[in-house]
Design a protein around this ligand. Structure first.
Ligand code: NAD
Ligand code: FE2
Length: 382
């Protein structure tokens, strides 16, 4: 068996209403002042969190200047506020954008410098960040389960990750009530992101027995619950299942991204395509392009996706998997084509160059990555 290395959160709490445990956790850690981030100050869950913090006498400062998917500027500004206010812990209440930005700010607060230095210049994290609690309000990225933050660089326009094992959230609170307000389109796209994590990690050359287990469990939960969560938004069981699926996908994707994310992340940054939408678009093409290199693995994913594979060979099961993904996209109205998002006229060579400079170095996709493969993926997604 191959050696591997994986980092987990210290404490995970799951259940409707579990948000109310957050003040007690902060009191136990004897924090002085919380750096609290959110996507919407008026969100009912967020208002209830601040009310509980007020009651418990816990000091906090709210940072909301994170617009869309996070860029370096909002992270550097957040770090300034964190330090000016003398914060000694961070709580992120939001989707992957809020969680990633907060993860990066909390790291910068004790390591110094600007986020670009860690993202582009290889500056190392040398001090473990303070306590970090992640409270996801979308079900897709699994950013609460990873050590990674994805950041848009304002100088060169590249969307690139940075990471360190100590950047992972110490505590994760998965409260499905917080996702009841998610609109159908965001539920759908973020759910497709979770599905991409589950499938891409399962066929990754760096998959481990742990990521495989989480990946298949995520596929099963998504196949049974994503459509339900989109169509019956108040279904707390489906919302809870999707929250777990997203978390599981986050653990799984630590095995490394494949061609769907390799294309989706940089092009998403360039054309301002929300991450989940970009992943949804590239997922079926990724299976098609990789199939000759991983068909037995895709056949196992098909089984987890509720395909009866008894009479199918690996090729037939892979066909069935692609059909299932496309059916799900249609059923939940998730995007399947890139064309509507191509807002600027950028030559394909330039786009491939952007991919090469951001995620093009990744080597765990089952089919070796090269420019031709990137071009093919792009053309299939049009
Ligand atoms: N760190 C990682 O491991 C990792 C993995 C995958 C993606 N990401 C990153 O995560 C980001 C995307 O995160 P996301 O897909 O969760 O989307 P998001 O955080 O950008 O949120 C999407 C939209 O949903 C809204 N929203 C969030 N929660 C809501 C709620 N409960 N009710 C109503 N509206 C709500 C937000 O305001 C926003 O407009 C990208 O930057 C992506 O690169 C990170
Ligand atoms: Fe993703």
């Amino acid at each position: 068996m191959k050696a591997f290395d994986i980092v987990f959160n210290r404490h995970l709490v799951f259940g409707a209403g579990k948000l109310q445990e957050v003040p007690g956790m902060l009191s136990w850690y004897k924090v002085n002042k919380v750096f609290l981030t959110t996507f919407d100050r008026q969100n009912a869950g967020f208002l209830s969190l601040t009310e509980m913090l007020d009651k418990a006498g816990i000091a906090y400062v709210i940072y909301t200047d994170i617009y869309g998917e996070p860029d370096a500027n909002c992270i550097n500004h957040g770090r300034d506020l964190y330090l000016e206010e003398g914060c000694d812990c961070a709580v992120a209440f939001g989707g992957g954008s809020i969680i990633d930005a907060t993860k990066a700010i909390n790291m910068l607060a004790v390591n110094g410098g600007k986020i670009e230095e860690y993202q582009m210049e290889g500056r190392e994290v040398v001090t473990a960040p303070p306590l970090f609690i992640a409270i996801p309000t979308t079900s897709g990225t699994g950013a609460e389960a990873t050590k990674t933050a994805v950041v848009l660089n304002n100088d060169n326009g590249l969307k690139k990750s940075l990471y360190h094992t100590t950047m992972i959230a110490d505590i994760v609170v998965l409260d499905p009530e917080l996702t009841l307000s998610l609109p159908a389109a965001i539920t759908a796209a973020t759910g497709m992101d979770a599905l991409s994590h589950a499938i891409e990690s399962y066929v990754s050359l760096n998959a481990t027995p742990i990521t495989e287990m989480y990946g298949l469990a995520a596929v099963e939960l998504i196949s049974q619950n994503l459509e339900r969560a989109v169509k019956t938004p108040d279904d707390i069981e489906a919302r809870g299942a999707m929250m777990l699926a997203s978390y599981f996908g986050g653990v799984a994707i630590t095995a490394g991204i494949g061609i769907a994310h390799i294309m989706a992340q940089p092009l998403g940054g360039t054309f301002k395509i929300p991450h989940g939408d970009a992943c949804s678009i590239f997922l079926p093409a990724s299976v098609e392009l990789n199939r000759a290199y991983a068909k037995d693995r895709y056949a196992r994913v098909a089984e987890a996706f509720d395909v009866d594979t008894a009479d199918l060979d690996a090729d037939g099961a892979t066909d069935a998997l692609i059909a299932k993904i496309e059916e799900l996209q249609k059923a939940i109205d998730a995007p399947s084509k890139l064309t509507p998002y191509l807002t600027k006229d950028i030559p394909l060579d330039e786009l491939i160059d952007i991919v090469k400079r951001t995620t093009g170095h990744i080597t765990c996709n089952p089919r070796p990555l090269n420019e031709d493969l990137m071009r093919e993926a792009y053309e299939m997604a049009l």
